[in-house]
Design a binder for this molecule. Structure first.
Ligand SMILES: Nc1ncnc2c1ncn2[C@@H]1O[C@H](COP(=O)(O)OP(=O)(O)OP(=O)(O)O)[C@@H](O)[C@H]1O
Length: 338
């Protein structure tokens, strides 16, 4: 569906995209995750034909975005980071105009615009001038424009920026609904958002793809990312002896405590679940286990590890309210005012 091959973008001497290669398959929600300045917007701008690449190739359903832009762009709807809205137009006028630009056939324009007005919950403001809308509503207008004509691929650069918590939930719902029929690619510096919405995450740091997988697999990705921690009433040597028959174990690190207990961090060779085996080994030896738990690296830890040294880290809370930046919180107060 989309193939990005060896993409390089230099701004002067600054290497913003450093040999990016990836494929996007049909019918999933993909998330570009990375700190500010990682190269997400640049990649999206190149993929949608807004920006030329220094090197490399982008194929959209087999069409080169630079060599056959018209054919390639037919398949894409794009919400850029700063949507170029004509603020002196009403919402309706702007979407009619966008439908014309997208070459939606005359007899389908009205119904197509009507459909996206409903979808983006813009019916009540359709006659308002865009300049009088709050940031949240403007974002919806940009989204409606991206979805207009229902292209196969919908690319959204930071789609929830500037929205209030209720709107964020609504837009996420909308994205999930879109994904039933379309391929959606969105970028975000908010980890919780990407984790919640996306089937597949691509982590970008300093213009490089540092990881790409499902959220679940990413959590298994890092070496030693899964380990079992136990505490038992025994000396370290006894614990090692009890664990010896469990062949899946690769390393055991022990720490002895003054109360006669020992904690041990046990790692396996291939992330196998060995909790039951550990339990029965200790039970068989008549040695009381006082604690047994799995330590898995969270996606937050993986993100930080992979993007270490970047200027900023993602917001990592799961709570929508907490996800708002200070600017966005200010917006929140007037988001309902239109
Ligand atoms: N027009 C430009 N001229 C020079 N440098 C640029 C330009 N646009 C982007 N950059 C630089 O390229 C790098 C990647 O920027 P980009 O906007 O793609 O990152 P991003 O991941 O989208 O970040 P953000 O979330 O802050 O938008 C950054 O270092 C940025 O400063």
């Amino acid at each position: 569906m989309i193939e990005v091959k060896n993409l390089v973008k230099k701004y002067g001497n600054h290497l913003a995209i450093d040999h990016l290669t990836f494929k996007i398959e049909k019918g999933k929600i993909y998330g570009f995750l990375g700190p500010n300045g990682a190269g997400k917007s640049t990649t999206m701008n190149i993929m949608t034909g807004y920006l030329g690449a220094t090197e490399g190739e982008v194929l959209i359903n087999g069409h080169d975005i630079l060599k056959e832009p018209e054919e390639a762009k037919k398949h894409i709807g794009y919400l850029p980071e700063m949507p170029p809205l004509y603020t002196e137009m009403t919402v309706q006028e702007y979407l009619d105009f966008a439908a014309e630009l997208k070459k939606i056939p005359n007899n389908k324009r009205e119904s197509s615009v009507e459909e996206v007005l409903k979808l983006a919950k813009l019916m009540d403001v359709r006659e308002r001038l865009i300049r009088n809308l709050s940031k949240g509503y403007r974002q919806r207008v940009g989204l409606a424009q991206a979805v207009l004509g229902f292209p196969d691929i919908i690319i959204l650069d930071e789609p929830t920026v500037g929205l209030d918590p209720k709107q964020i939930i609504e837009i996420r719902e909308l994205i999930r609904n879109l994904a039933k029929k379309h391929t959606v690619i969105l970028s975000s510096h908010i980890l919780a958002e990407v984790r919640e919405v996306c089937d597949y995450i691509m982590i970008i740091a300093k213009g490089k793809l540092v990881a790409s997988d499902t959220p679940e697999n990413l959590e298994h990705l890092m070496d030693g990312s899964e380990s079992v921690e136990i505490e038992a009433k025994a000396a370290p040597s006894k614990i090692r002896e009890i664990l010896r028959p469990v062949t899946e174990i690769s390393t055991v690190k022990t720490e002895e405590h003054a109360d006669g207990t020992t904690t041990a961090v046990i790692e396996t060779k291939q992330h196998q679940d060995i909790r039951e085996k550990i339990f029965f080994a200790f039970a068989g030896a008549g040695c009381p286990l006082t604690m047994l738990k799995t330590n898995r690296a969270s996606l937050e830890e993986i993100f930080l590890e992979l993007t270490q040294g970047e200027s900023a880290v993602p917001e990592i809370t799961g709570d929508v309210e907490d996800m708002l930046s200070e600017d966005e919180k200010e917006d929140e107060t007037d988001a309902g005012d239109l």
